[in-house]
Design a protein around this ligand. Structure first.
Ligand code: AHR
Length: 632
């Protein structure tokens, strides 16, 4: 329902018709690049935006292997859990009216009426479309239990197809009230990496056992406890991001006010997190809580762009500015203190208690998300109230509004674009002529939406054309983040088509759009230089930036037409010799990468000979080129 296009005026149809009607130039087009600096490139331009959508965290980045570990998904159906009874064992599961904490007051009650060593009974979990198991690897499990008799527990990772145990551990359980137990299991060298595995937790003796928070983790990026999948973190690092916009998106707002991202319920021990329903229709474990978001930033050496809930939820509930809004403003002020306060502040001390003594860096705070949807028109008043309170306490931070406001002046306004390739081509010049005296622009969500689950090459062309526009205008556009970033590609895993990176439990891959972003972000200068193109086909897009320190010109050329574009290039100050060129090309716009064919479209590195200031060049059809040209 939110799959809507941006509130921009299109002149797409006319433009597309013009593009196809024109016969492309046979003569080389002229590309002039002057040394004259035009404007600075924002050092924060490229960043990340994610939320709990498409199983981005649970079943994605957040490395937890157990699905529905707190049994809260559609309570009391114990979704994804089954009774396991080996041999003559017998057991049943039902609702447990007791739990290990105030946040988790209920549990799974396992009644074992028959069991013995070798004939154990217990429960099984299939993970998020399987559990990835690799050779010579360790897995750390834990669970809370309350038992009426001593027991011996077996935790096993079992291959779905053969029933073979690929890793196991035992835990001795005394008779006791709620207690946390943990174990480690290790796979042998001989096993094959596979996601066709499940977890069984079984017991040797008949008894009644209450279970809660059954968790299992592989090793994680930077070996963080409760951490992230290494492959996905590495893919994000390749994108050279500068920030993470967190925690969403719609996920910040929730469908209803009580389903918003309540940051206080996402911090501290996992057993104190009640979990909540995401607006994307599944239960969030909240294992990816506020501190985990911040540590993810720390691991990638990027800064958080903190979005605070601003009194509007997706189904239309809103809080009136004034007295009613005060608790939400207070909630935001405390959240900022949790992120930035030192350990002498109330919430800074709470963060230190949660394991992170040092405050996190912060410069940008976003008030709400997509408040142009708010039919009550309360955003002006809500923004003003938040801005006044935040600026009074934290004058150093830049405030982002999610739609233009009249009553107060935001430092930045967040514009979102979800368009087709043709629509992005038509928008390419939009910001070139825009007034530079208003607030700066944050393009907090953008994507060319063709291809599913991940973008096809047509989308990569749309994205690359848009990036040339953002780079040319990055004196105005200070930050940009593609959305959504992640999707689990299993059936039922995706709620929003066209996501930059796809994965299952074991594998991950970058879409053509991902590789376009990697190329653009890895080769960007600190200022733009003057460019002019004449005689080119209307689907040629470009930007030129210079890295002053390295003396390199980064020339980006996007030929979104199917025909080759010859160019006669004139660039002043070039060092004659070899320049490195990175190309992304596909035969058609429909070509793409997938989980089973992840490398079909990848950047190819070659060199081009640059014969001084003037030289000939050709950009094949359906091609994105990034050329690093050494300067004198
Ligand atoms: O990126 C998907 C959704 O699109 C975001 O949650 C929301 O902000 C936008 O409507």
């Amino acid at each position: 329902m939110f799959d809507r296009l941006m509130k921009v005026t299109f002149f797409v149809c006319g433009f597309a018709a013009l593009a196809t009607a024109l016969s492309f130039a046979q003569e080389p087009a002229k590309l002039l690049v002057a040394e004259t600096s035009v404007s600075p490139v924002s050092p924060m331009l490229y960043g990340l935006m994610t939320e709990e959508i498409n199983f981005s965290y649970d079943g994605g980045l957040y490395a937890e292997m157990v699905r529905n570990r707190t049994f809260h998904q559609h309570w009391p159906h114990f979704e994804f859990w089954t009774v396991v009874a080996h041999g003559s064992a017998e057991a049943a599961m039902g609702e447990g009216a007791t739990g290990p904490s105030k946040a988790l007051p209920k549990s799974l009650k396992l009644t074992i009426t028959g069991a013995a060593p070798g004939n154990e009974a217990g429960i099984g979990n299939p993970g998020y479309w399987g559990m990835a198991v690799r050779p010579s690897s360790s897995y750390t499990g834990s669970f809370y239990a309350s038992t009426d008799a001593a027991n011996r527990v077996h935790a096993r990772l079992i291959a779905d197809d053969t029933g073979a145990t690929v890793a196991e551990a035992t835990v001795d359980l005394p008779q006791s009230d709620w207690t946390r137990y943990s174990y480690t299991m290790r796979t042998g060298r001989e096993i094959k990496a596979s996601s066709a595995n499940h977890l069984e937790i079984t017991f040797e003796q008949p008894s009644t056992i209450y279970l809660q928070l059954a968790s299992l983790f592989p090793s994680t990026y930077n070996d963080r406890t409760n951490g992230n999948r290494a492959d996905l973190m590495k893919m994000m690092a390749e994108m050279r991001p500068h920030f993470l916009r967190l925690p969403g998106g719609n996920y910040l707002e929730g469908d209803y006010i009580n389903e918003r991202f309540q940051w206080k319920q996402t911090i501290g021990p996992l057993v104190d997190r009640p979990t909540h329903r995401s607006p994307w229709n599944y239960q969030s474990s909240d294992g990816m809580g506020l501190l985990e978001f911040l540590e993810w930033c720390e691991d990638l050496k990027i800064e958080p762009v903190l979005a605070v809930y601003a009194g509007y939820s997706l189904r239309g509930d809103h809080v009136n500015p004034g007295k009613d809004l005060e608790p939400y403003v207070q909630e935001a002020l405390e959240e900022i203190e949790y992120v930035t306060g030192d350990a002498t502040t109330t919430w800074g001390a709470e963060r230190a208690k949660d394991g992170h003594q040092a405050p996190f860096p912060l410069r940008y705070i976003e008030i709400g998300n997509e408040d142009w949807f708010d039919k009550s028109k309360s955003y002006d008043g809500r923004f003003e109230q938040f801005a006044k309170a935040i600026r009074a306490k934290y004058p150093q931070y830049k405030l982002i509004a999610t739609t233009p406001v009249k009553t107060s002046s935001p430092d930045v306004v967040d514009d979102h674009y979800y368009l087709t390739p043709d629509e992005f081509f038509a928008q390419n010049r939009k910001y070139d002529a825009m007034d530079r005296n208003g607030p700066k622009i944050f393009i907090g969500e953008w994507a060319t939406r063709t291809g599913s689950p991940t973008p096809d090459f047509g989308a990569a062309l749309g994205d690359a054309s848009w990036m040339t526009s953002m780079e040319r205008n990055s004196d105005l556009i200070v930050m940009a983040s593609y959305a959504p970033l992640l999707t689990n590609v299993n059936p039922g895993g995706m709620q929003w088509a066209t996501d930059l990176i796809g994965y299952d439990a074991l594998r991950s891959y970058g879409s053509p759009s991902y590789w376009a972003q990697v190329l653009f972000a890895q080769h960007i200068g600190d200022h733009t230089v003057k460019t002019a193109v004449t005689g080119a086909n209307p689907l040629l897009f470009w930007s030129a930036t210079v890295s002053s320190g390295d003396k390199v010109l980064h020339l980006k050329l996007v030929n979104a037409s199917a025909k080759s574009q010859p160019l006669s290039v004139d660039i002043t100050g070039v060092k004659a010799g070899a320049a490195t060129m990175y190309s992304l090309h596909a035969a058609t716009r429909y070509a793409t990468n997938s989980i089973t064919d992840p490398d079909r479209i990848r950047p190819v590195t070659t060199t081009v000979s640059v014969a001084g200031d003037s030289w000939k060049h050709e950009v094949p059809g359906n091609t994105i080129q990034v050329i690093d040209i050494p300067l004198k």
